[in-house]
Write a protein that binds this ligand. Structure first.
Ligand SMILES: NC(=O)c1ccc[n+]([C@@H]2O[C@H](COP(=O)([O-])OP(=O)(O)OC[C@H]3O[C@@H](n4cnc5c(N)ncnc54)[C@H](O)[C@@H]3O)[C@@H](O)[C@H]2O)c1
Length: 216
């Protein structure tokens, strides 16, 4: 990983969106873009975009805009897009299977390399190209496959126990789909995903502001 400046969390969340759009522009042969055009496409306001980019130094030139290829290469390095990142998934139930089906690899440099469950009916099978291991193999597989990140799709009751096992195995980031707010030691990051929350936020904005975009 290249040396990276410290950036606000909100900026970090926008980086993959910039990256995806720049890839699209580059594939279409576009050579340069202004922050206003980027703003049109991403729905983040131009000032936000300029501020985000400024965290990484002066990437654009006044009156010229941004060089798409240079910007793309820059973000690819920042996001470490040039290396494949192996992710583990714990809990191959309804949600877990949907995520395995989704196959992140087609649209990014991440892939679910190993899935884990306690259900003997599932262990030993390959689902959407991903092998399902027993929880007893967790420690070993995470080490062998150099996995740093895990997706948690187990029942809430076992979420903390599994989190502790993941941390003990060396996992540094957890994408937590369970409703439990799990506790982790410093140095481990948890990102919670709650579709009900997202939907409620959307309903709130629609009810209070009509169709105005929230800008994320
Ligand atoms: N964040 C969201 O928006 C959202 C949406 C749907 C579900 N969820 C949550 O995701 C989780 C999974 O939901 P689901 O509908 O897929 O449930 P599910 O019951 O279909 O699947 C759970 C899976 O976890 C496995 N499991 C149980 N105990 C385990 C353990 N100790 N170690 C490893 N695997 C274990 C089960 O065998 C099963 O395959 C739940 O916590 C649910 O609340 C969140």
């Amino acid at each position: 990983m290249p040396e990276q400046p410290k950036i606000p969390r909100a900026t970090a969340k926008r980086l993959p969106i910039y990256y995806r759009y720049l890839t699209f522009l580059n594939d279409a042969g576009t050579q340069r873009i202004s922050s206003a055009e980027l703003s049109d496409a991403t729905k983040f306001d131009a000032a936000t975009i300029r501020r985000d980019f400024s965290y990484f130094g002066a990437l654009g030139k006044r009156g010229y805009g941004y060089d798409v290829e240079a910007l793309l290469e820059f973000f690819a390095n920042v996001l470490d897009q040039n290396s494949l990142i192996n992710v583990a998934l714990i809990g191959v139930g309804h949600l877990g299977q949907a995520l395995l089906n989704f196959n992140f690899h087609q649209s990014s440099n991440m892939r679910i390399a190993a899935a884990f469950d306690v259900d003997s009916e599932r262990i030993g099978h390959v689902f959407s190209g991903v092998p399902i291991y027993s929880m007893e193999d967790l420690q070993e597989q995470i080490a062998v496959q150099r996995i740093n990140i895990a997706i948690l799709t187990v029942p809430q009751e076992v979420a903390q126990e599994i989190t502790d096992q993941l941390v003990a195995a060396g996992v540094k980031g957890i994408l937590n789909f369970t409703p439990l707010r799990v506790t982790v030691p410093t140095g481990v990051r948890v990102q919670n995903v709650d579709l009900t929350n997202e939907l409620q936020t959307l309903v709130y904005f629609i009810q209070n502001y009509g169709s105005i975009t929230t800008g994320n």
